[in-house]
Design a protein around this ligand. Sequence first.
Ligand code: MRU
Length: 349
Amino acid sequence: MCAAPDFAPIAWRDGALEILDQTRLPLDEHWLRLTRVEEVADAIRRLAVRGAPAIGIAAAYGLALALLDAADPEPEPSARFERAFSCLLATRPTAVNLRWALERGRETFEAHRGEGRPALAAALLARAEALRAADLATCRAIGAAGAELLAPGTRVLTHCNAGGLATAGYGTALGVVRAAWERGRLALVYSDETRPLLQGARLTAWELSRLGIPFRLIPDAAAGALIARGAVDAAVVGADRIAANGDTANKIGTYTVAVLCARHGVPFYVAAPRSTLDPGTPDGAAIPIEERSGDEVTSVLGTRVAPAGTETCNPAFDVTPAALVTAIITEVGVLRPPYSESIARALRS
Ligand code: MRU
């Protein structure tokens, strides 16, 4: 049984937020030391910290840093808080966990309003620590619930990285994989490499090899052939936002996997905490999709592979319609269609 959060990518140490820089993995395990909210926003924007739950947790620490910052000439705590809130919220539009975590910070700020900057900073820091600890427990619960869905000998395909690195340390989709492995239910993982930024090749492969879970790294384009030839028993992916009707935004290429699974009768599972459920977004069409720089497409790991001047289209996420989702695995159990009802129930529980 593997209880330790092996990949905890976020830590508070000696008055600073330390982040395992995911842009440098797996070649280099380099920790960034962040003391200002602008540095946290920059780390989120350039994916040094990434994955919906991890983004939210980092942002919660960012609010505390804004109140702690001795170099900031702004004396008014609420002005600092609002500026930090907007700065962090603007970093990445799709992952709803970001807004969710910032709103938890706002609750804390309101509860301690008027107590002075040191007390507010301490309360925001305690809230960020609590969110980090809660995420670990949440992911373990997701893992346990998801493992029950997989029969012994299951071969799972996953996309992007929804592992410990994308959370406080255990993972959502990879939490299911990990729990299934611990329970003797998993035979093999296929990890899509996940172009353009290769989260599957760089991060999921790094986690799985450290956990000793057997896996094969595959080009994204190989998923169809493998699913068609019966090599995949289930797909398990994470999510950045799940609309009220169950439509799910996740890393670009997830929709392709879902369509392939539907075509070949393979179950397609989404694993996510309740903080990823967004009752305020009615359906997938209302989910904002982040468009990232074309350089990510024209280059691979800093080396240009397309002719100079090539125009690109680089949506970072796609939306899988609820009809293609077999079940949504949360910390309060497995949600089944109709999702408008099961999601509303999960949020009430
Ligand atoms: O752009 P990224 O790397 O932040 O995208 C991450 C994903 O799409 C994950 O699958 C999602 O955030 C869930 S992480 C538990």
